[in-house]
Design a protein around this ligand. Structure first.
Ligand code: TYD
Length: 218
């Protein structure tokens, strides 16, 4: 197996957080700012990203797929990630670009590893296959309370007549476990994972993110 060299010229930043935490909006705003500075930015998202990943996303998030097993779910998230890493992320990093990803392996750790109870080690084993040593340099974890996040996610699903709601529809207890798992992860890796209070205005959250990223990319 080819091991990806860690000495990419580019910068890999990921966004994490509960459904409805506002990370997708923040990621778009960050991309705009970085481009204004003349940087080349690849924006990607998981599950999805590449055209193949988007097909897998439909299976993962279709609310009709209630019988999808936890192991199948985990493998499908990593199928998207493997394709994203090989087709988009690594080539961009090799060109020296900035890559912004809306979710990455941390999501699988907290949702499948802890939330579904599949364990951290199986998730990391798949990470070794799909990502081969590629770890984000910086992860922005947007922290909001569970109720606010779920309210926003459910409102969005109703507004957009969303069929991609299988994960949002999980029991509140599942999301509570995921929320705790994010906190534990951030406490274990304070250098890489920066926690941002997402319970404020979009502008305030954006300011905090920029303060962290500006230092990181300069
Ligand atoms: P999505 O519609 O992209 O929403 P969000 O804005 O919350 O990211 O839904 C992605 C869902 O998939 C979300 O509930 C988190 C979940 N997920 C996992 O369970 N494991 C993973 O590895 C990833 C990438 C996402």
């Amino acid at each position: 197996m080819v091991v990806l060299r860690m000495a990419h010229r580019g910068t890999f930043i990921t966004f994490e957080g509960l459904d409805g935490c506002g990370k997708s909006t923040q990621m778009r705003r960050l991309a705009v700012r970085l481009r204004k500075m003349g940087r080349t930015v690849l924006e990607t998202a998981e599950p999805g990203g590449t055209p193949i990943g988007l097909k897998v996303r439909r299976i993962l998030l279709d609310s009709a797929n209630r019988e999808l097993s936890p192991a199948a779910e985990l493998l499908l998230y990593f199928a998207c990630r493997a394709q994203n890493v090989d087709e988009w992320i690594v080539p961009a990093l090799e060109r020296g670009d900035i890559v912004l990803s809306d979710r990455f392996t941390d999501s699988s750790l907290v949702y499948q590893g802890i939330g579904r109870g599949l364990g951290v080690e199986p998730v990391m084993a798949l990470d070794r296959i799909a990502c081969r040593g590629l770890v984000p340099g910086l992860t922005l974890l947007i922290d909001i309370d569970l109720e606010t996040g779920l309210q926003r996610a459910h409102a969005r699903n109703r507004r957009e007549n969303e069929i991609e709601s299988r994960m949002d529809e999980q029991a509140v207890e599942f999301h509570r476990i995921v929320s705790g798992a994010y906190q534990d992860l951030a406490a274990r890796e304070p250098e890489r994972i920066k926690v941002i209070d997402g319970g404020r205005t979009m502008a305030a959250v954006e300011r905090d993110i920029w303060e962290i990223v500006a230092r990181y990319v300069s």
